[in-house]
Structure formats: C-alpha cells, structure tokens
Design a protein around this ligand. Structure first.
Ligand code: ATP
Ligand code: MG
Length: 400
C-alpha cells in the first residue's frame, strides 16, 4: 500500500459514533478493543492496544506486515479511520523538526500539494504551545520542500502531530468499515441460507454492533453435504466482521416431507418458511437473542410478496430484522462483493427450498387458509419440531 511501510510502528484507531455515547463510551471502547484483538488473532506481531484520552492506539514492538494489519482492521466495525503513525521520544524541538521533515519526505514524495500542520499538545510541560509548533514545523517543511504550499482552510494533506509522553506523527487516514463495535447492541439470530442475501443481511445488522448467531435448515439427502459446507464457509466469511458465532444446523427433511405429504403443494414454501421462523425463534430465545434476521426483500420471489411476508411474519413474536427489504438485487450483490461473500454465494449447490418448490406457488397466501392447512400437521408436527431442535448440530465459527 505504501512504499514505506516499515516506517510505521503504530496505528491510531479513529472511531466515530462511539465517541458520542457519553457514559457508555468505555463499554464501546472495550468492545472495540476486543474486536480488534479478535481481528488480529492470527496476525504476526506483539500487538498492544491502548486507550488514552478518547483514542485507541495499536502498537507492536516487533515488525509486522503493514498491509495485513490494515486488511484485518478493516473488518472491525466501529473503526472510522486507521492512521499509520510514526512514534518517537521527545528529544527536543530540533529533533522533532528533523523527524517531521523526514516523515514528509518518506510518506509524501509527490512533492506538489498543499498542507497544514495540526498539533495537539497533551503534554503541557512542553516548552512550545500548539500554535508555535504548527508555525515552526510549517516553516521547516516549506524550507525543505519549496514546491509545497500551506493552505490552512482546505489543505490536500494534514500533518497531525501529537505531543504526548511520546510524539506521534501521522497524515494518512485509511477508511475503516464504520458502524459500531460488535457486542454493544445485544444479539440476534440470522437465518443463513446459501444465497446472496442472507450473509449481507447478517453483515448489515452486525455492523450496528449486534452479535449474531446463525441457523441453517438443511434437508439431506435432498440438499448435499457441499451445500452445507457452503453455508459454513459463508458463516466464516461473515464472522470475520461479526466475530465468533454459533451456527445451528437443523435437519429439516422430515418436516419438509411431512408438509409435502399433508398440505397443498402451492402452499408448501409458505408453510415451510413459517416453520423455519418458529424454529429459529425457539433457538433464538434459548440463546438470549432478541430478534431474527433474514435476507428477505420485497417482491424478489413468490415467498417475499407483501402477503407472503405477512404470513411468514405472523408466527414471530420477536422482531424480525430484514435489512435488505428495500434493496434491489443489484444493491445486495454490490454489498456481497464488497464483503467478499458473493463468489461463495453463487456456487451452484441446491439450497433447501429448490427441491420442494411448487410449479405455481401461491403469491398472495391467505392467512386463514394457511392456518387451516397447517392444522393437517397437528398429529406429528410438534414432536418433529422438538426433535429437529434437540438433534441440531452446532458448529462454532470463528474460533478455530
Ligand atoms: P438468500 O439469497 O439469502 O438465500 P433467497 O433469495 O434465496 O435468499 P428465500 O429462499 O426466499 O430467498 O429465503 C429468504 C430468507 O429466508 C433468506 O434470506 C434467509 O434469511 C432465510 N432462509 C431461506 N432458506 C433458508 C435455509 N435453508 N436456512 C436458513 N435460512 C433460510
Ligand atoms: Mg435462499
């Protein structure tokens, strides 16, 4: 990324929204630090993460791979900007001046831009105040690089100088993903299929600080082991952002076959989806989740018309978050590409629904009719649901 990676030994992590949370701020900072640790768990370096007066610093004594660290930090929700810093001890102003000039030479060799020096003096015993430091450093930079110009209103580059116990210099701000640190907003249960939409939906809710677990309904032998592995892969990709999650895998075959035998085929998808929601909700409750998440989007398929959504929603008493509800498919694809789930999602393994999909599914289901059809399941369905839940497989994602 930069020609002079090995110049930097530390990062200043900037966060936006969490700055405004008043008393809860330390909770947000702690969650952010926890997520940074998680993101860096496999990266080489002896990383220390430090809170200091509303800022988070990441430092490593030993060399680290600059691009790798930046890449991993870009998975951490709550980070607004990542600033690679040069840090050195305070050895007097002459030394500071030399180091800042060196910094400009190394990091901004372009040689033709406007700048402004912005000093923050936290060490009050320093013999110059911040305005004096700004002026003197600006002058030194101009002297060393006559092609540069000062622009105090709208500079191309800000040179930030922080005078603390040590001195920090930085100028680049690499954007982070934004959002809020996972773990600051409770937990929700994601219905994760092998498609494009549900990983995006999970990512969007996690971005608001929500911890997620996931549930996948599979129907062996109608859906293959490969289809399940694909969902596990997707869960891993989402967990790079969302942190560790439990993936609950429900064997849905018997329930699907039973619905297939007992109910009109045109209603199969809707009734199946109602059982998915019921089961997901039960597992959510058992695990302290406060809502469900789906990748539904109005009108995308027969089971996502307003009428179908109303029917599916009717069995839920907890909130169902549908963050892509108003997205066009292309909007969802754009996010999927950005978060790197797209290539996995389009692998051609059948998902749970395709095998049982009717030729002409109802697009405007009537709730009373659906309820009446479900009555035909009364004899066995409760026991089957219970068995499916109790017999589920749980895969811990993100901690392997
Ligand atoms: P996706 O691209 O997310 O698979 P889709 O366009 O295939 O969505 P549907 O199959 O109607 O749409 O599913 C709508 C939503 O229901 C999905 O986004 C997902 O949240 C949930 N869902 C569907 N099938 C499953 C499944 N087998 N396991 C878990 N959740 C599922
Ligand atoms: Mg699907």
């Amino acid at each position: 990324m930069f020609a002079h990676d090995n110049l930097f030994h530390a990062f200043l992590i900037k966060y936006a929204e969490i700055g405004i949370k008043g008393k809860n701020r330390y909770l947000f900072e702690d969650a952010l630090i926890r997520q940074i640790r998680f993101a860096l768990r496999d990266v080489e370096g002896d990383f220390r993460i430090r809170k200091e007066s509303g800022r988070i610093y990441l430092e490593s004594e030993i060399r680290f791979d600059f691009d790798e660290v930046i890449g991993h930090l870009q998975y951490v929700f709550g980070i607004a900007g990542i600033c690679p810093m040069v840090q050195f001890d305070d050895n007097g102003f002459e030394d500071l001046k030399d180091r800042v000039v060196d910094y400009v030479r190394n990091v901004h060799p372009e040689g033709n831009f406007t700048f402004k020096v912005q000093t923050k003096r936290a060490k009050k015993s320093y013999p110059m105040d911040s305005n004096e430091i700004n002026a003197a450093l600006g002058e030194a930079i101009l002297e060393a690089f006559p092609s540069l110009k000062v622009d105090v209103h709208n500079p191309d580059v800000f040179f930030y100088v922080e005078v603390r116990e040590r001195i920090n210099v930085y100028s680049r701000v690499i954007p982070g993903p934004g959002g809020m640190p996972v773990g600051t907003s409770g937990k929700a249960m994601l219905l994760l299929s092998g498609g494009i939409d549900s990983p995006v939906a999970g990512w969007m809710i996690a971005k608001r600080g929500v911890k997620i677990d996931a549930v996948y309904f599979h129907a062996p032998p109608y859906t293959s082991e490969r289809a399940k592995e694909k969902v596990v892969d997707l869960a891993r990709l989402v967990s790079r952002y969302a942190g560790p999650m439990d993936l609950h895998i429900i064997n849905f075959t018997d329930i699907q076959l039973y619905i297939y035998d007992m109910c009109p085929h045109a209603e199969l998808t809707i009734i199946m989806r109602r059982y998915m929601m019921r089961i997901a909700q039960t597992i959510a409750e058992e695990n302290g989740a406060l809502g469900l998440i789906t990748g539904e989007s109005i009108g995308q398929v027969a089971s996502q018309t307003m009428q179908s959504l109303a029917c599916t929603n009717e069995v839920c008493h907890m909130p169902v978050y549908r963050p892509v509800i108003g997205f066009d498919k292309q909007d969802i694809v754009d996010v999927a590409q950005k978060i790197d789930t797209f290539e996995t999602s389009i692998q051609p393994f059948e998902d749970c629904c395709t095998i049982f999909v009717a030729k002409h599914p109802v697009t405007k289901p009537n709730l009373n009719i659906i309820r009446r059809s479900e009555e035909k399941l009364a004899e066995k369905i409760d026991a089957m649901v219970k068995e499916a839940i109790e017999g589920r497989e749980i895969i811990r994602i993100g901690l392997e």
